[in-house]
Design a protein around this ligand. Structure first.
Ligand SMILES: [Zn+2]
Length: 560
């Protein structure tokens, strides 16, 4: 896949700040003739340099997270961030300005127009007085992470982090679930005031940043910075209403069934993650090797391209599946920009969720392969509204054949859980997104107002879960969602993408090969066309109206 270099020398040393600066300097001082071919060549050189450096950075990040005890890996990554990143940022800004000032830039509009649009907005929104404010946001986010990272619970003589407490909610033992849920919730509430303060500080800083750019309000500002050119805040609010009218009743039905299966009189917040028939957790695979082998069997049969791509990942060790001591938590997929290869990092422990995680990250990986021929790095950076279609649709497509993992009975249980999660996601996304729409339209709201706004949203999207006796837990549930603190307004994307994924799944049921051909065709376009065009090429609609949503939810309910 590696493209032949046209600019960066083969013996280039990316650790040498002088060498890096020199390459950037030569781009900055280059005399680009007044024609689009010369400008395009200059852009491709710049993009190649960025791709080479991005790959170094990604590979070092991977090495560091694969073994957090490896001090050399940590210092290699840190040295890149300290020494090379600032050079990239500084010159990035200069080169963007140089490009936009070139007389031939308009001749490349049809090729690079989507990228130019975001560059113009970034240049337009850039204000020097915001630099210290952005730094302050960064520091406050770190302070927030310190608060949440320090949360732990003592249970039966052992200390657990909050993520480590989550598996207890899957236990068939209801008393144990309640006890561990209470411990976790009480621990969070201990910091409710400091989290409120942290939110206030971040909120004020962000409002000031937006004001400094001359934007009419925060929503206007954040939609521009996120490149949301194809939908408006009003579209989001309409989406919330559609979710309330169409999807929430489906979730209520699912929860009613869950309540009956569990044989309880009211469904409590600790009853949502366990098996509804109180069966033991599913066990789809033994270890990472087994997981990869079984996924490989599935992808071999699915489509010639998934067969080819997944085999490359297996042959080149591009998946690190197993949880082990010293490995960083979580899971992610990352692209290596010069070699155009994906990498999947996981902490699989043998659960049903882990199986879907590999399908999800597999979907992201196929996107990387599909768009490998996109010439500029900016076009290989996919908006999440579509990037998550690639991954979420693969989770749904996986349910078409789980025979490598499960008996018929177990497959049914697994699919039920998966579809329950799909439905659950929408009202939660709508709650988090509408909460932010409310907060940011009230610049002077107090912590007490915030609590009341949240409670009214909890009522609006009430799925029938009984919080009585736990009023404070309910009132501060929003504090669980790190996006509110770290990346405001980044959440509706999951709802939009899930809607796309459900459409891909519906297409797949009608004609598997055609649905996947269309999906990969759209993926091959990278970020070179608008979001609605990406959806269109994938054979799906970019639309959040009831007429799109209704048949999709019917399809899910039929499968339940
Ligand atoms: Zn994803």
């Amino acid at each position: 896949m590696m493209k032949k270099r046209i600019f960066v020398p083969e013996n280039f040393n990316s650790d040498n700040a002088t060498e890096v600066s020199d390459l950037y300097k030569s781009l900055e001082s280059a005399q680009i003739n007044e024609n689009k071919e010369d400008l395009r060549e200059w852009i491709l050189k710049w993009s190649e340099l960025e791709s080479v450096l991005a790959e170094v950075s990604s590979r070092r990040y991977v090495a560091m997270t694969m073994n957090t005890k490896d001090e050399k890996a940590a210092s290699d990554y840190a040295s890149f961030i300290e020494n090379i990143d600032p050079i990239m940022n500084e010159y990035g800004d200069l080169l963007r300005k140089k490009m936009m000032a070139h007389p031939s830039v308009s001749d490349l509009e049809s090729e690079f127009g989507i990228w130019f649009k975001s560059v113009r907005i970034a240049l337009d929104l850039f204000k020097t007085e915001n630099i210290p404010l952005e730094t302050a946001v960064h520091q406050e986010v770190q302070a927030y992470q310190k608060i949440t990272g320090a949360m732990s619970v003592d249970y039966e003589g052992k200390t657990y982090t909050l993520p480590q407490m989550a598996p207890f909610l899957e236990s068939p033992n209801r008393n144990l679930r309640q006890k561990t849920w209470e411990l976790t919730s009480e621990r969070r509430l201990l910091d409710k005031e400091s989290l409120d303060l942290s939110f206030d500080k971040l909120f004020k800083l962000r409002m000031q940043i937006s004001k400094n750019t001359g934007s009419s309000d925060y929503l206007d500002y954040i939609f521009k910075t996120k490149g949301r050119f194809d939908y408006t805040p009003k579209d989001c609010r309409d989406f919330h209403s559609s979710i309330e009218k169409i999807i929430l009743p489906a979730l209520r039905e699912i929860y009613k069934k869950r309540k009956e299966d569990l044989g309880v009189s009211t469904l409590r917040p600790w009853d949502l993650q366990c098996d509804p028939k109180s069966l033991k957790p599913l066990k789809p695979f033994e270890n990472g090797k087994d997981l990869i082998q079984k996924c490989n069997l599935f992808f071999k049969k699915l489509h010639p391209k998934t067969a080819e791509w997944f085999q490359i990942m297996v042959d080149q060790n591009l998946i690190d599946p197993d949880s082990r001591l010293g490995k960083a938590p979580g899971g992610y997929q990352i692209g290596f920009d010069e070699s155009r290869l994906p990498f999947i990092f996981m902490n699989a422990a043998g659960t049903d969720r882990d199986m879907y995680t590999l399908f999800h990250e597999g979907g992201h990986s196929f996107h990387q392969f599909a768009m490998a021929d996109q010439p500029i790095i900016a076009y290989r950076d996919i908006p999440s509204e579509f990037a998550e279609v690639a991954s979420m649709s693969m989770e749904l497509i996986a349910t078409s054949d789980l025979s490598a993992f499960y008996s018929k009975e177990d497959a049914k249980r697994s699919i039920f859980g998966q579809l329950e999660d799909v439905i659950w996601l929408f009202p939660w996304v709508a709650s988090i997104d509408s909460f932010q729409h409310e907060l940011y339209s009230r610049p002077n709201h107090t912590a007490e107002d915030r609590k009341n706004i949240w409670l009214s949203i909890m009522d609006r999207f009430d799925s029938g879960v009984d919080y009585s006796g736990y009023d404070d837990v309910k009132a501060y549930l929003w504090q669980k969602q790190l996006h509110l603190f770290e990346v405001p307004f980044y959440y509706i994307e999951y709802g939009i993408a899930q809607l796309g994924a459900l459409q891909i799944w519906a297409n797949f049921k009608k004609d598997p090969e055609k649905a996947l051909d269309q999906l990969f065709k759209a993926e091959s376009l990278g970020n070179s066309v608008s979001l609605p065009e990406l959806f269109k090429q994938a054979g799906i609609r970019f639309n959040f109206s009831p007429s799109t949503i209704e048949p999709l939810i019917e399809n899910v309910l039929e499968n339940l």
